[in-house]
Design a protein around this ligand. Structure first.
Ligand SMILES: Cc1ncc(COP(=O)(O)O)c(C=O)c1O
Length: 303
């Protein structure tokens, strides 16, 4: 696997190990950071790399910067140029996972809004080891953050305290991962991925009002499903007990991609194997991200 050699801070490339941020910056003390995880897929036909849905990732990041009232923001054209330079500098020979963090790098009191800085890293990322077997998920006793407390809709570092507590509990309870419920007891999402299930042959996912990150992969799957079946998936409140009726389930995200769920609370999902719709959606997803099909070219930004 290739290695990340070069990182970028505020537009400057430097050796990966040389990146520095002050420990008293607001980014560290108050988690005043918004970030994105993107993938640049290797396109075998073109022999090039393409960032998947860069515009949508940048739009989410921009809303995050606005909500955190950062005193400066970055536009998509500038970040595209930065990420292109970063990826080329690392000379990847396979898919790239990009982490882009924007933060208040200044020190000061809690309401400090600048100076603002950013770090971008391009790294290899191993594929999930649960793709063929499916994951075991446990419903967490930690609730998902409430929108009027720490909005999960934006990708702020602060939100991952909640996600991490959930993941740590799941691991110590012997599960591969967790599923979180809203404070009202409806299904929300996994700590680093959104959740889909199939019931009576129909694809269902918790709505955007279920305290989820507005996931770009979730949106991609909703679009691809509608194109494949001519039907819209159901985006709605999902009760916990519906989980046990599911014929198939999977989690999705840029980092996770599409990972089947084999059991929830140690009860099998369907017959516990990877379901046919999950397989079909995975195949179509990889055709699209790798440009093996000409459609959705607008989702692939060549770098
Ligand atoms: C909490 C959470 N939900 C969902 C996702 C999936 O989001 P996306 O598809 O935009 O990567 C992520 C990805 O990092 C996440 O951290």
């Amino acid at each position: 696997m290739w290695q990340a050699t070069t990182i970028m801070m505020d537009g400057e490339l430097m050796p990966f190990a040389d990146a520095r941020l002050h420990p008293l910056s607001l980014a560290v003390t108050y988690a005043t950071t918004v970030f994105e995880g993107l993938r640049a897929y290797h396109l075998p036909k073109e022999g090039k790399f393409a960032l998947f849905r860069l515009d949508e990732h940048m739009r989410r990041l921009q809303v995050g910067m606005k909500l955190l009232r950062m005193e400066r923001t970055y536009d998509t054209a500038y970040m595209r140029e930065c990420l292109t330079r970063l990826i080329h500098a690392n000379k990847p020979d396979d898919d790239v996972y990009v982490r882009l963090l924007v933060y208040v790098s200044g020190t000061g009191l809690m309401a400090t809004t600048g100076p603002v800085g950013f770090t971008a890293a391009a790294m290899p990322r191993e594929k999930s080891k649960f793709v063929d077997t499916g994951m075991s998920l446990g419903v967490s006793s930690w609730s998902r953050l409430a929108d009027n407390a720490s909005p999960p809709r934006i990708k702020s570092t602060a939100n991952y305290h909640n996600a991490r507590l959930t993941q740590l509990q799941a691991k110590s309870d012997g599960y591969d991962g967790a599923l979180m419920l809203t404070p009202q007891g409806k299904v929300s999402e996994a700590p680093i991925a959104c959740f889909f299930m199939v019931r009576d042959g129909k694809l269902i996912t918790p709505s955007k009002a279920s305290n989820i990150l507005e996931s770009i992969t979730r949106d991609t799957i909703l679009t691809l499903y509608e194109e494949m079946t001519g039907e819209k998936a159901e985006e709605r409140d999902v009760d916990r007990s519906e989980l046990y009726f599911a014929e198939e389930a999977f989690v999705c995200g840029t980092g996770q991609e599409i990972v089947p769920v084999a059991s929830i609370d140690r009860l099998p999902v369907g017959d516990g194997s990877v379901g046919p719709l999950t397989r079909k959606l995975r195949r179509r997803y990889f055709d699209v991200v790798r440009g093996l099909t000409p459609d959705h070219a607008g989702w692939r930004t060549l770098v």
